[in-house]
Design a protein around this ligand. Structure first.
Ligand code: NAP
Length: 256
């Protein structure tokens, strides 16, 4: 039997075919899961519609701006009506204003700090709260994070602080939801060339640096993130919760 046969999941954060969410969704789908998707705005609708259409014409696709409680409420009401239950949730959503990812961290504005944390960290709490009542047979919530949460990565700036909040939220959610057999974990991915990543000043330099200095001397592949996402969603990870798993070709262990 496929690893995720019979599982029902929802994926937040597919913007295009390069999105990490798309790599994990494809892996979940191949492992047997049935998935619903959300997209942020009309701008992306057509793109995402085309991608998720490859999973079958009746694939549920809903608009959701994660900063809007009414959007989140509507998404889980519609998923509940269509699926009746939920086992998997992927949080692959982040945003910081471009200016905040270019200059010095000390110049982070109050508004850039607020919006980065709202979209990139608070949203995990709101989505977990929406999903939990549907995860009646337990579940797995997976969020995407980055090493800039714990070490200074030049230009990552306020996004690093938001990722620290996301990782800490993961631990508190894991505690709250543990008795319901809902697990919450983060995948800390090495750099991947996506739309969001290209907004970070010096991103190409980051790719080159990982290739030169990680123990495996290369960058992570999207399909490897898909494989880890499938593992975390599967019963093989039944006793793993509240963790940050580094899928970065080993870069995180290096001191120099
Ligand atoms: P991506 O394809 O651009 O995905 C980011 C997604 O977040 C997009 O679908 C984006 O939609 C969505 N989003 C932004 N604001 C939103 C909002 N208010 N409501 C709903 N959705 C919103 O880039 P990605 O690299 O795959 O990023 C996915 C996750 O992986 C992020 O959490 C990122 O921090 C994390 N990550 C990425 C890397 C990397 O190197 N790429 C490494 C480690 C971790 P719009 O396009 O409409 O804004």
């Amino acid at each position: 039997m496929s690893q995720l046969e019979g599982k029902l999941g929802i994926v937040f954060g597919v913007a295009n075919k390069r999105s990490i969410a798309w790599a994990i969704a494809q892996a979940w789908h191949r492992a047997g899961a049935r998935l619903a998707f959300t997209y942020q705005g009309e701008r992306l609708k057509e793109n995402v519609e085309e991608l998720v259409g490859t999973f079958g014409p009746d694939t549920l696709l809903l608009p959701c701006d994660v900063t809007k409680d009414e959007d989140i409420d509507r998404v889980f009401a519609e998923v509940g009506a269509k699926f009746g239950q939920l086992h998997l949730l992927l949080h692959s959503v982040a945003f910081a204003p471009k200016a905040a990812l270019e200059g010095e961290f000390i110049n982070t504005s109050r508004e850039a700090f607020r919006i980065s944390h709202d979209v990139s960290a608070y949203s995990l709490i709101a989505l977990a709260r929406g999903a939990a009542p549907l995860m009646t047979a337990g579940g797995s919530i997976v969020a995407m994070t980055y090493y800039g949460s714990e070490k200074v990565v030049p230009h990552y700036n306020v996004m690093g602080v938001a990722k620290a909040s996301l990782e800490s939220s993961t631990r508190y959610l894991a505690y709250d939801l543990g008795t319901k057999k809902i697990r919450v974990n983060c995948i800390s991915a090495g750099p991947v060339n996506t739309l969001a990543a290209r907004g970070i000043a010096g991103f190409t330099e980051m790719l080159n640096h990982y290739e030169a200095h990680s123990p495996l001397r290369r960058n992570v592949l999207p399909e490897e993130l898909g494989a880890t996402g499938t593992f975390l969603a599967s019963d093989g990870a039944a006793a793993i919760t509240g963790q940050v798993l580094y899928v970065d070709c080993g870069y995180q262990i290096m001191g120099m």
